[in-house]
Design a protein around this ligand. Structure first.
Ligand SMILES: Cc1ncc(COP(=O)(O)O)c(C=O)c1O
Length: 431
């Protein structure tokens, strides 16, 4: 079916809430590792990976083969009975997640993982108050959205009570107008002040992404989570690391939080875990997970054998193809090249990132830092026309989000930067 016919059906049958990146709809028909192909066979270099999901690359033969083999024997049984892929995947995850995190619950998405993790925190601490960061994104279900502080995702409410938002560690636009490191990490201290002023001194949990993805690729100072973790524990709370977007090699480590040398009490996982098949999980340790009694939490499809088989293959590919070290190495090269562009181009306010999770913040003026969201829309279209797919992020709608498959090469970086630079020149004509 061609694009026009599909477009007609889309307009008729899909909910209008679906957002689309481009003025003219893009129909992708095929993927091959870091490349995508449209209906006319045009090749796109993918710096998007289906919103940071397809970490091993599109249509990875081994992952597809393992999922297909599993489909031929058993597609679904539910967690009320045993299937080996789910148990074996739990064992593997327990081996690679940090510290004593060794108990896994499988679900279908990042939002569902956040719902489950917060329910476990409530069960363990008997406290329903949470601290979350501004510009956070944790998903679109009620609790996940209640922990999300971005205007464009929130409606009129009401949301779950007991959530307190604090300043995010966003050095480029510091809430306190301070400069790192002389700021003394006022944003971390803000957590203590919020607990002291808005609660009786005790909280259930603190939730944060290691690097805020949708929030504009905000990389906190390295000591941030150590300071905040200590404050949270001192006030009886648990630290939930939302590693949904940062996990599975995206930031150059298995999990984003490992960049910060901190062991969280719980982790939420999703996106890259099964390289595109829907699978989420939350993880905790022996002590905390015992707060959930048998039957207290359930998900019909969670731990589905096909998706778990794909996830086992994904972990194998990430390791065997050295994709995590590649993410770190190529990510550093990418970041350096983009920083070179930052020096030359008036429309780049800041380039930041970890591994292959990179943000380029566009501004109209480097001094005033006035955001340039129109520039972002324009460069997105320009890149698409020139065979490069990039993402967008940030509450101000002005951050290019770069999240390619982790098999990205140095040559790919060259190609992407060359297209981006031409796009920057174009958007700068209007300044
Ligand atoms: C950090 C983070 N948490 C949770 C979610 C929600 O995941 P899902 O869309 O799979 O529900 C996302 C999705 O972008 C995310 O980036």
């Amino acid at each position: 079916m061609n694009l026009e016919e599909l477009e007609e059906k889309r307009k008729k049958y899909l909910m209008p809430c679906y957002a689309h990146y481009f003025q003219e709809m893009l129909l992708i028909e095929r993927g091959e590792r870091q490349y995508l192909f449209d209906g006319q066979g045009k090749r796109y270099l993918d710096c998007f990976a289906g919103v940071a999901v397809v970490n091993c690359g599109h249509a990875h033969p081994l992952i597809n083969q393992r999922a297909f083999e599993q489909m031929q024997s058993l597609v679904h049984i539910s967690s009320l009975m045993l299937s080996s892929p789910m148990v074996l995947l739990a064992e593997k995850l327990a081996q690679i997640t940090p510290g004593d995190l060794n108990r896994i619950f499988f679900c279908n998405s990042g939002a569902e993982a956040v719902e489950g993790a917060t329910a476990l925190v409530k069960a363990f601490t008997d406290n329903h108050q949470f601290i979350a960061l501004r510009s956070s994104f944790h998903g679109r279900t009620l609790m996940a959205l209640s922990l999300t502080a971005q205007k464009s995702w929130r409606g009129k409410g009401p949301y779950a009570p007991g959530v307190i938002f604090v300043a995010n560690p966003y050095c480029y636009r510091c809430t306190f107008n301070l400069t790192y490191p002389s700021c003394g990490l006022a944003c971390a201290e803000d957590v203590e002040m919020a607990i002291e002023s808005c609660t009786n001194g005790e909280i259930g949990g603190f939730i944060a992404e290691p690097v805020q993805g949708n929030g504009g690729v905000i990389v906190p100072p390295m000591e941030y989570f150590g300071i905040v973790g200590e404050i949270v524990h001192r006030h009886g709370g648990l630290f939930i690391d939302d590693d949904v977007q940062c996990g599975f090699g995206r930031t150059g480590e298995w999990f984003g939080i490992q960049n910060f040398n901190v062991i969280p009490d719980l982790m939420t996982l999703g996106k890259g875990m099964a390289n595109g098949l829907p699978l989420g999980a939350f993880v905790s340790n022996d002590v905390i997970s015992r707060a959930f009694k048998p039957g207290q939490h359930f998900s019909t499809f969670g731990g589905n054998p096909v998706n778990c088989a794909a996830a086992l293959a994904t972990l194998e590919v990430l390791k065997e193809e050295n994709l995590i070290s590649n993410s770190r190495r190529v990510g550093e090269i990418f970041l350096e090249k983009l920083k070179n562009l930052e020096e030359k181009h008036p429309s780049i306010g800041e380039v930041r990132g970890l591994g292959l999770l990179i943000g380029v913040e566009l501004v109209k003026d480097k001094k005033t830092k006035e955001p340039y969201p129109q520039g972002l829309s324009q460069i997105l279209e320009f890149c698409r026309e020139n065979g490069l797919l990039i993402g967008k992020a940030g509450p101000l709608g002005n951050v290019i989000r770069i999240t390619p498959p982790l098999c990205f090469t140095e040559e790919n970086v060259e190609e992407a930067c060359e297209i981006l630079e031409r796009g920057l020149r174009q958007i700068e004509e209007a300044l």
